[in-house]
Design a protein around this ligand. Structure first.
Ligand code: CA
Ligand code: CA
Length: 498
């Protein structure tokens, strides 16, 4: 890991105006240049073009995988079922994890993993999907699971795969998950780490020695892969990977192919000071429009819900006791490439607002600049300072639960922006070049502080986004040149759109 300091200023410019204008011009106002970049990126991923992916996978005890559409899997695409009936067949180099190279997939579909266990000792699935140097791992990112409620066990004694659910059964269950009509014992519909039906997708330990599982052959599956399973009730089951096994565990996992080929995600984890003047029970974040939340972070506010009944999502963490001027830590992950937070409030357990928390919308503008918008103004509209900004670069997506002030992370490089705390008026924004993206970096964590004074002492943020494609390692001049080029092209594109 290397550290460096880069001097920056953050010129403040007027940003959006009213919320009604934001709503009416959501796409074009949010990122007009982004339309051009997105179109260019899509042109590189022509519809229907197959992309070969190398797969390494194991399961305790059985799995099959396939690429399919949202409606299901075509027969020839389903891998032969692998049933592991010995420890060596799960973990050891050689008889353990299997590899499949140059597995083709159609754009726009899903990667599916079917898994089941012998209901004994331990259970889970672990794997990686490599698109060139870029890898996607089980247990992290936008995975969903449907628990069918049907118990399937490996074939007794022979482990010959004769008990594997048929393709027709698998596709029927995918249909039930899509319709959200699963019966008792099922998860009812697809669920993520944030829930969404009954139970949650369980993201377990890394593929490293110790813990519930031994290390799976590390030359085949990376330490960054995480064991994945289903937890039907996180309030009563602390470790669904160990005995007793959750029941009815013929499971179907899925991940959009786009998340394998070119992952998008927006992570935000925040330490928020309770400046409401009274003890609060939790936090409510209002997010523009509707999104799927694939992970959430609880800390001291154990109850989480999303109220999606209005025009915008209201994410609510409650059940805590947050003293005046103490911190509460909450966060979420969505596979959307960007989100816009409209307000953050301290609330009681009945969701009544007790006061506002100060926030900035943070991300990477499609010109490659860091960008802060003082647009979290539905609760409080006040001038805010951004400061203490550090950029941590990673090859792989950092789990939401690691985005906090206590977990020791190991970035490939950290860039501290030597930028004085900068005031941003309500509705205004500021930008600062990123620069010096290290080669191989695919994710960046923006670690920063926000406040109503230059002390920036009211919110500490960890925002993680992909390093934008087309912004490779280059110097500041290169980034500025690219920005100007994009701006020129964007203007032309906007003119064409009118
Ligand atoms: Ca087992
Ligand atoms: Ca079973």
């Amino acid at each position: 890991m290397t550290q460096q300091v880069v001097s920056r200023t953050c010129p403040v410019a007027p940003s959006r105006t009213s919320e009604s204008e934001r709503r009416h011009h959501r796409r074009s106002r949010r990122s007009p240049i982004g339309i051009v970049i997105t179109a260019a990126a899509l042109a590189c991923l022509a519809p229907g073009l197959a992309h070969a992916v190398d797969v390494a996978i194991t399961a305790d005890n059985a799995y099959a995988f396939a690429y399919g559409t949202g409606a299901g899997i075509l027969g020839p695409d389903l891998s032969p079922a692998v049933e592991n009936c010995s420890a060596g067949a799960i973990w050891n180099c050689g008889p353990g994890p299997e590899t499949y190279t140059n597995v083709s997939n159609a754009a726009g579909g899903y990667l599916y993993i079917i898994a089941y266990s012998d209901d004994a000792t331990t259970q889970g699935v672990l794997g990686q999907f490599a698109n060139g140097a870029a890898k996607t791992y089980t247990g992290i990112g936008g995975w969903e699971v449907y628990a069918t409620g049907i118990d399937v066990d490996p074939t007794p004694i022979t482990c010959a795969g004769t008990t594997t659910p048929s393709l027709a059964t698998i596709n029927a269950q995918i249909g039930i998950a899509n319709a959200g009509t699963g019966g008792p014992g099922s998860s009812v519909r697809w669920v993520t780490q944030a829930g969404g039906g009954v139970g949650v997708l369980a993201s377990g330990e890394l593929n490293t020695p110790g813990g519930t599982f031994p290390e799976v052959c590390p030359t085949v599956i990376d330490p960054a892969a995480r064991w994945m399973w289903y937890n039907p009730d996180p309030t009563t089951i602390s470790n669904p990977f160990s005995a007793p096994a959750p029941t009815g565990e013929f499971l179907i996992f899925r991940l959009p192919v786009s998340q394998v080929l070119s992952p998008t995600a927006y992570y935000v984890n925040k330490d928020i000071k309770n400046t409401s003047g009274v003890t609060a029970n939790g936090i409510e974040m209002e997010v523009l429009g509707h999104s799927t939340y694939t992970d959430i972070y609880h800390a001291t506010t154990p109850t989480f819900s999303v109220d999606a009944t209005g025009a915008n999502d209201k994410l609510r963490w409650t059940g805590g006791s947050i003293a005046v001027n103490s911190l509460v830590h909450v966060g979420f992950r969505t596979s959307a490439s960007t989100i816009e937070i409209l307000s953050v409030r301290m609330i009681d357990n009945s969701f009544n607002s007790l006061g506002c928390a100060v926030q900035l919308n943070t991300g990477i503008h499609t010109n490659g600049n860091l960008k802060w918008d003082n647009t979290v103004t539905n609760c409080a509209s006040t001038s805010l300072f951004i400061g203490n900004v550090a950029l941590e670069y990673y090859a792989n997506e950092v789990p939401l639960s690691d985005l906090n002030g206590t977990t020791v992370r190991s970035p490939m490089q950290t860039v501290n922006l030597d930028m004085a705390p900068t005031m941003i008026a309500p509705g205004a924004s500021c930008e600062a070049p990123m620069a010096n993206t290290p080669s191989g970096a695919r994710w960046v964590v923006i670690h920063q502080k926000v406040g109503t004074t230059a002390a920036v002492d009211q919110t500490e943020d960890w925002v993680q986004v992909p390093v934008p494609p087309g912004i490779p390692a280059m110097n500041t001049a290169g980034i500025v040149a690219l920005g100007l080029l994009s701006l020129a092209t964007g203007s032309w594109f906007l003119w064409r759109r009118l």
